[in-house]
Design a protein around this ligand. Structure first.
Ligand code: SF4
Length: 74
């Protein structure tokens, strides 16, 4: 199952990942940056999560589309 990490410090709140993969990424209302939805978080950190294999293509697409390349998928 792919692990997803967002370097939230570098996120510019463009919203692209939210459009590409809304099952995994959402806007944090406190700072308007992207975060992993609670369902797929590894723990308390909204910047890290593990997603089902069925969402692997979607998170990779979001990672590829992020204009500042702050989404890592392992
Ligand atoms: S695509 Fe990148 S810069 Fe844009 S909201 Fe998502 S993480 Fe932030």
């Amino acid at each position: 199952m792919p692990r997803v990490t967002i370097d939230r410090d570098g996120c510019i709140s463009c919203g692209t990942c939210l459009v590409e993969c809304p099952d995994v990424f959402e806007e944090d209302p406190s700072d308007a940056k992207s975060r992993v939805v609670e369902q797929y978080r590894d723990g308390a950190d909204p910047a890290e999560g593990t997603v089902p294999d069925g969402l692997a293509e979607c998170v990779r697409r979001a990672s590829d589309a992020c204009p500042v390349a702050v989404i890592a998928v392992e």
